[in-house]
Design a protein around this ligand. Structure first.
Ligand SMILES: C[S@@+](CC[C@H](N)C(=O)[O-])C[C@H]1O[C@@H](n2cnc3c(N)ncnc32)[C@H](O)[C@@H]1O
Length: 292
């Protein structure tokens, strides 16, 4: 069974500075690695509200955290944080918010979820399979220019136009419904290549980000943060690629100018963590404090 190892755990806990009895939001529960440590900081007082849009993450939360009286799980998109906090009467009453972005190892490692180009499975890629369209459906109908734009904007794929053309040509002959079909098709497209990355890496990242509107959800969560957090409350965001980190950096720069947040730190994983967990290699953590 695939496990998820929390990235930058010690650093995120230090940055969030959670005290016993605090009100905390873990917006990306995953398999509860960070959540478990945050609960320990609360010392059975206060409350940890955890969010995840993935049904298997929800099942894990309900199975493994059911015994914690001060734990509350919400199977929702973190884009809805502002409306959720308003419904709960929690605006301005939250002491810490964590966003550990992207997909979890169990999502990536399960071929049935369609995230991985190294294993064959249905081309789905939805974090919430009850919401939106699977990637295969989008690829079957989008026009060539839209596909190229997605590959370029969300994957910075230099070969985006050629790949888009090949997808549109190939789908006339047979629908592209599996991860292997798509990965092989992309690998066969001539053009500039990275020596480090599989040729399908950037395209898979781009399609995943687009299908789940990952950057839109992040922007909405960041916009909600000033209203959610109490003065002195902390925000921690762990990003895994430059598109996410750029959004966080710009948000914090503007928030500093507006006087809503102070940017406290930017932290990278130690070499030992990267050696132990290669998934951590591209991670960056930013910590900010809500101004009083
Ligand atoms: C990197 S994993 C988090 C791992 C977690 N911190 C742990 O230690 O187990 C990211 C999780 O966030 C969830 N997620 C991503 N975007 C989301 C969104 N917009 N709303 C809710 N959950 C989201 C994914 O389903 C995934 O389970």
């Amino acid at each position: 069974m695939s496990v998820h190892r929390p990235v930058l755990l010690t650093e995120a806990l230090a940055g969030l500075a959670v005290r016993p009895g605090a009100t905390v939001v873990d917006a990306t529960f995953g398999r509860g690695g960070h959540a478990r440590a945050l609960l320990a900081c609360l010392q059975e007082r206060g409350v940890l509200h955890a969010f995840d849009r993935d049904p298997q993450a929800a099942a894990c939360a309900w199975r493994e955290f059911a015994g914690a009286a001060n734990f509350s799980f919400h199977r929702r998109n973190f884009a809805e944080l502002a409306s959720w906090a308003a419904e709960q009467g929690l605006c301005g009453g939250i002491d810490a918010v964590l966003l550990d972005l992207g997909v979890s190892s169990p999502q990536l490692d399960d071929p049935q979820r369609g995230f991985s180009f190294t294993q064959d499975g249905p081309l789905d890629m939805r974090m919430d399979p009850e919401c939106g369209r699977p990637a295969a459906q989008w690829l079957a109908t989008a026009d060539e220019r839209e596909i190229a734009t997605v590959l370029w904007r969300f994957g910075e794929e230099r070969n985006s136009r050629r790949i888009a053309r090949r997808i549109v040509e190939a789908r006339v002959r047979a629908p592209i419904t599996t991860t292997r079909q798509l990965a092989e098709l992309i690998a066969a497209v001539p053009g500039p290549r990275s020596r480090r990355l599989h040729p399908a890496t950037r395209s898979f990242q781009a399609i995943r980000i687009f299908i789940n509107d990952e950057l839109g959800a992040l922007a909405q969560a960041l916009d909600a943060a000033p209203a959610l957090l109490a003065p002195g409350g902390r925000l921690a965001v762990i990003s895994f690629h430059s598109l996410e980190d750029r959004l966080v950096k710009r948000f914090l720069r503007q928030a500093r100018q507006q006087g809503t947040f102070g940017h406290l730190a930017r932290v990278f994983p130690q070499p030992a963590e990267i050696a132990d967990n290669p998934r951590a290699r591209s991670a960056v953590l930013r910590i900010a404090e809500r101004a009083g």
